[in-house]
Ligand binder design. Sequence first.
Ligand SMILES: [Zn+2]
Ligand SMILES: [Zn+2]
Length: 442
Amino acid sequence: MGQGLSCAANHVHGLFTAVQFGDAETVETLLQRNPSLIHQTTVYDRQSALHIAAANGQIEIVSMLLGRSVKPDLLNRHKQTPLMLAAMHGRFSCVQTLIEAGANILMFDSVNGRTCLHYAAYYGHSDCLQVILSAARSSHVAASWGYSRFVNIRDGKGATPLHLAARQRRPECVHLLLDSGALVCASTGGYGFPGSTPLHLAARGGSIDCIRELLAWGADRLQIDASGRIPYMVALKHKRGACAALLNPSSAEPLVWPSPLKFISELNAEAKALLEQALMEANREREKDILKGTAYSLPSPSYSDTGTDDNISEASDTELCGICFDQVCTIEVQDCGHQMCASCTIALCCHNKPNPTTASLNAPICPFCRSSIAQLVVANVKTGHDIDHDIASSKLRRSRKSRNLSEGSSSFKGLSAMGSFGKMGGRGPGQIVAENEWVDKS
Ligand SMILES: [Zn+2]
Ligand SMILES: [Zn+2]
């Protein structure tokens, strides 16, 4: 009897080894000889062959097993599905194949009550995250649970995927989640109790990139956690000096992406990317000013010697933005057709401090003709010679660099120019703070 058992155990072991290393031929042979092997699991963790194949990214075996009617949502000892393991290990094609085979994206494991979305975010696999999110958009989950509820799904400790991505320093996932409707100020406490926000956890994790993303989406630097601490104090406690400098409520407010505005949410991808780049660049400039002279100052890129004059002579007057006279027009306002650069558009549309009660009321208007903005699109450069967007954006970058060289202060030229239009809303006094203010207070 012992002989028989160990023989069967050898077959199981052989199967799992072949699955792990993607030896499809051996798997096929073993299953032909003994079809019941397909239902075997590992002794302790109760992993099925599908779990092992998914975790190891053996897509051929995953497809073979699914083709043999293995159910996609088998559970291991921790109630984890093969999809969760694939998401954990960033096995993109396995995630895709399992979802196509009908794997349920709305399953919770028994370790931390996490879903596959939590695991993709935690381990920073933005490609897997993307596939799961698009599955959620089209599947029954959207109908039964609601898509935004799924994006903000909580684990056993109240953490959303955004909390986990922020804590684990995964800026790409943070960006993707925010872009998909993750609540930037969600608290792990829930039900009105104070808990940590994604910004608290990013402060703890110490990722400036995550903090920049969260602030640009309107994360509140003054929200307190269960211990009454603002993110700034969390960063100090964990010795995240540069993060603390940005999170210090007395340092300059970052520009905030105006996501609630209808015309922004309906932007085409190209215009959105241009504006997003301008927003992030503007905020990076602010960071540099905040960190200048501190121990955390970012290494300054080497600037070329080309002065501002060179750039202006390169671009004819018709290409230059009529607000800052500095950058190339890349964005066109519809329906009026007026053009400006992405930085000025951002300055026009962004509220320094999100104000939920007024944000949607102050819909931006065209600074040239004061008609309301129906849509923003990428501008067609109206000169004789064709300038494609690559050239336009490289000019944009270059002129920004030369501007840094000539100004080198905390003033954001596009923004201060826009201030004179008086219709921007939200740009209060004291938001651009001299660098020594932070130094004095630290
Ligand atoms: Zn401009
Ligand atoms: Zn106009």
